[in-house]
Design a protein around this ligand. Structure first.
Ligand code: LLP
Length: 422
């Protein structure tokens, strides 16, 4: 459920007309709903029921805007981070250090040190080499690093290949079979405090079966490690729950079904459970609002050329992702069109032969489910300005990231002295 709806024939975010935001800020622009984020954080927490003190660590990579992080911090969420930059952003937005989990396959020594000095709940280690390095960094700082190993359960997530992470051929985690030796080695390292196990098998999962298979393997490993004398009190179950993009296909299992499965499989482990949801929290809390530059005839269907492009929303070009496209002021007529952006690549296509609201040059339209992995992955390809972001809360709204215009892009380059202009 989200808070983008039609009122008197025009699209609103909560109590704010999208057209008013477009008029004030220009297009393209991302618009986020506070109410949707708050609702999703609450629904996820409620789905976990009476699990003792679960830690919900929002995956910052999905949407790292400070206003988004501050909204979620106020809901009591922590952060799952994968870089020193995400650590700094989470802390700057008020995320409590004891709710921060550091994931990622390539943490540097500098990133490890920054997180150790600032404080965190746990590092999720992805190799023995990383464990050795972290121990060394921790000892040099006079600290002890709380750690889990992320294991690779070798399950097929059933998601898009580029966002599946739990198969043996993926770069993530350590093989389950290697875990006992890795834990024995880590326990002997002076800078580490072994406390948990972790798994994450992919994103936009539309079935609970692979998650259940991965959790079951994790539970067996947890018992085995305890049998070997490790005090494992934490199990991080990662993120990955899919969200509905296309209303024409059955919605993925919701948080309630996920929570029931988790409680059934892991409720008896006697471990504090950690969750790393990203998309589920913010996906449907955002839209990308754009204007139609012009409509150009095509061989079968017209091309609707929007002023948003693949640099603003990469998901269709990268993953063939489907995003709903709706007119801000639908007139009732429909058209079949191919929706594209102005970037000079044929991959700059949002939708092919899409049945949609009829639009013409100058009309506003919006791409739904653009709160996660959308602004976060935007760039300035084709020297297009970086898209601004707006946060709505009831009838108030604010720009939470301004448009980064071409002057700023030019100013961030510099000429070597031999090319200096006279
Ligand atoms: N934890 C870890 C270790 C992760 O790598 C991820 C996502 C998450 C949690 C959050 O997963 P979520 O709950 O959001 O599914 N750019 C892609 C998605 C990449 C996901 C990367 N890892 C997309 O636009 O679909």
């Amino acid at each position: 459920m989200d808070h983008f709806h039609l009122r008197d024939g025009a699209a609103y975010c909560e109590d704010v007309p999208l057209a008013a935001i477009a008029a004030a800020v220009g297009t393209p622009v991302y618009v986020y709903s506070t109410a949707t984020m708050v609702r999703h954080a609450g629904v996820f927490r409620a789905a976990l029921g009476d699990l003792p003190d679960p830690l919900v660590a929002y995956a910052v990579k999905a949407n790292p805007n400070a206003a988004v992080l501050a909204t979620l911090a106020r809901q009591g969420l922590g952060a799952d981070i994968v870089s020193g930059g995400e650590y700094a952003r989470a802390r700057a937005a008020g995320m409590a250090p004891e709710r921060i989990v550091f994931s990622g396959v390539g943490k540097t020594e500098a990133e490890m040190a920054a997180a150790l000095e600032g404080g965190l709940f746990q590092f999720n280690l992805e190799s023995l080499d990383e464990a050795e390095t972290l121990s060394r960094v921790a000892v040099s700082l006079g600290r002890s690093a709380p750690v889990a190993f992320r294991v690779n359960p070798d399950v097929a997530a059933g998601s898009h290949a580029k966002i599946s992470t739990g198969a043996a051929s993926d770069k993530f985690g350590i093989p389950v079979a290697d875990a006992p030796a890795a834990y024995a080695r880590a326990a002997a390292l002076p800078g580490l405090a072994v406390q948990g196990v972790a798994v994450h098998i992919g994103s936009q999962l539309t079935s609970l079966a692979p998650l259940e298979a991965a959790f079951t393997r994790l539970g067996a490993l947890l018992a085995e490690l305890r049998g070997q004398g490790h005090g494992i009190g934490v199990a991080d179950l990662g993120g990955g729950l899919g969200v509905p993009y296309d209303p024409a296909i059955p919605a993925p299992p919701g948080p309630a079904e996920y929570g029931a499965m988790v409680r059934r499989v892991a409720g008896g482990w006697g471990a504090r459970l950690v969750f790393e949801p990203g998309r589920m929290i913010v996906g449907n809390a955002g839209v990308l609002l754009a204007a139609v530059i012009r409509v150009k005839p095509g061989p079968e269907h017209p091309f609707v050329i929007a002023d948003a492009a693949m640099n603003d929303l990469m998901r269709p070009a990268l993953y063939d992702a489907w995003h709903a496209i709706e007119a801000v002021r639908p007139g009732g007529e429909r058209m079949t069109a191919t929706v594209v952006g102005p970037v000079c690549e044929s991959g700059d296509t949002f939708a092919v032969a899409r049945e949609m609201d009829a639009v013409a040059a100058g009309d506003l339209l919006y791409f739904r489910t653009a709160g996660a992995y959308a602004a976060a992955m935007s760039n300035s390809y084709n020297s297009r300005p970086l898209t601004p972001e707006v946060l709505v809360d009831g009838d108030r709204w604010a720009v939470v990231r301004p448009r980064v215009g071409v002057e700023a892009l030019i100013a961030s380059d510099s000429l070597p002295d031999w090319l200096a202009l006279p």
